[in-house]
Design a protein around this ligand. Structure first.
Ligand code: MN
Length: 455
């Protein structure tokens, strides 16, 4: 199918498939070649939430795209966010549903016709150009953040078990930052919009090979879906291929310029989110019109900003670089802090454990004197344990020692504790010969003076 908007002529094809594991297809794509808009959405949310979210998003972005500018595309996606959010808020079955979105649109920009690309989440926009495949969008996912931080390699991220965790989703909050930028359409370039069901299954080299081999965009989309199924099809798969078949002579002009020594600019890392800034001023000859939404710097507790003011005024790569360097330094500190806390807590626990278990005491078990390991009365969670009972009855203890034993007389070693018991027994025997040997009970019992020591 072809679309003409101004001087740019595009041809496109799309395919979506439930895959081989899932029971329903929560992916959706929309193609409006009459206005020059294509989008892929990958919904999520229990029950039917995922399907509903991606459907509302595709429907709403197509209906709201009436201003054919980069801003207009961003606004259409914001409208889609509102629509999904409202639907989720009004129906308990749909609460918390959300969706990714990646959209490509023909837009007017400075009297030029460009292709705007916008995204939220981890559905991707790629460009295949002169045999090379480039991911143009930035994934809003946990693993993508870790790759940017340098904590994960792209290869590790590609197979990471948590790669489906998104840091930005459409429709979950009443507002969402949208990344958007624009590129110049060039004859022969192919744009690919896809859900993660494609790139999680098919390596980018193989995706590029299909785009090189299969000229018809609809056939290419079908072939990519087929390969994703063949590779496992563990997720829904959606692919839209948009080919630039006429760029209004732009490519010829550019080749002439190339011959004259001009270099072909390639798009850099698309910006994050926040306030707009146009980079055309500092990059006059780029084929990439930047529509930067740069993160408004979060205020730190000390009142300072993460970005210097001049960085903030000149957003883009540099600000982004600073930001990530800062957060890496920050995460180093956080890591060090965590390690110290763990060491402190671990050390404290070990010390308590050691202290609680290191010594012995002589105490009372029932009516008998006994030896325990631990601290009298226990220490936090560490209860003393009985090591050995003795034959010495509490009643026979010399009164001067009785309180000490009742409170638990601490001894450094088991030998000390035994020695202490031996002394106690000796003293008791001297004071009051063992009751059990006496048959004349009445006199014996009265010989135990409760309060007055004999010595
Ligand atoms: Mn998916």
């Amino acid at each position: 199918m072809t679309a003409r908007a101004g001087s740019t002529r595009l041809r496109w094809g799309g395919a979506t498939d439930v895959g081989r594991v899932r029971s329903n297809n929560q992916d959706q794509f929309v193609a409006r070649d009459d206005v020059g808009l294509w989008a892929v959405a990958d919904g999520m949310g229990g029950h039917r939430g995922g399907e509903v979210a991606s459907e509302i998003a595709c429907d709403m972005v197509a209906r709201s795209f009436d201003r054919h500018t980069i801003d207009g595309l961003v606004e259409a996606i914001e409208q889609a966010n509102n629509a999904v959010f409202r639907a989720g808020a009004s129906d308990p079955d749909l609460t918390g549903m959300g969706t990714t979105i990646v959209a490509l649109a023909v837009v007017e920009h400075d009297d030029d016709e460009l292709l705007a690309i916008a995204n939220v989440g981890d559905s991707r926009g790629y460009r295949w150009s002169e045999g090379e495949l480039d991911q143009l969008t930035t994934d809003h996912s946990l693993v993508a953040d870790l790759v940017r931080e340098g904590s994960l390699s792209p290869d590790e991220a590609a197979v990471h078990p948590q790669r489906n965790i998104l840091t930005r989703v459409l429709g979950v909050y009443d507002d969402v930052p949208v990344d958007a930028f624009a590129v110049e359409p060039r004859h022969g370039d192919r744009y690919l919009l896809c859900s993660d069901g494609l790139f999680n299954e098919v390596p980018e080299d193989d995706i590029a090979a299909v785009l090189r081999r299969v000229p018809d965009p609809a056939d290419a989309a079908d072939e990519l879906v087929r390969q994703a199924r063949e590779a496992g099809g563990r997720d829904n798969i959606t692919v839209v291929v948009v080919d630039v078949v006429d760029d209004g002579g732009r490519a010829e002009t550019a080749s002439a310029a190339l011959g004259a020594g001009a270099t072909r600019a390639t798009p850099g890392v698309p910006p994050r989110s926040g306030a707009y800034a146009d980079a055309d001023d500092d990059q006059p000859d780029t084929r990439t019109a930047r529509h930067r939404r740069v993160a408004a710097p979060p205020a730190r507790e000390d009142g300072g900003d993460y970005l210097d003011e001049d960085d903030y005024d000149e957003p883009g790569r540099r600000a982004e670089g600073r930001h990530s360097r800062r957060s890496r330094r920050l995460s180093w500190r956080v890591a060090l802090f965590v390690v110290l806390i763990v060491a402190l807590v671990g050390g404290a626990l070990a010390t308590i454990q050691w202290y609680g278990r290191s010594t012995y005491f002589v105490g009372i078990e029932g009516d008998q004197v006994a030896i325990y390991k631990g601290r009298p009365g226990g220490l936090l969670w560490i209860d003393p344990s009985l090591v050995e009972s003795t034959d010495l009855e509490v009643d026979r203890l010399p009164p001067s020692r009785r309180t000490a034993v009742e409170n638990g007389k601490e001894m450094a070693t088991l030998a000390d504790a035994r020695h202490y018991v031996e002394n106690l027994t000796e003293q008791a025997d001297q004071l009051n010969p063992p009751v059990t040997t006496t048959t004349t009970a009445p006199t014996t019992t009265t010989t135990i003076p409760p309060a007055v020591p004999a010595a």
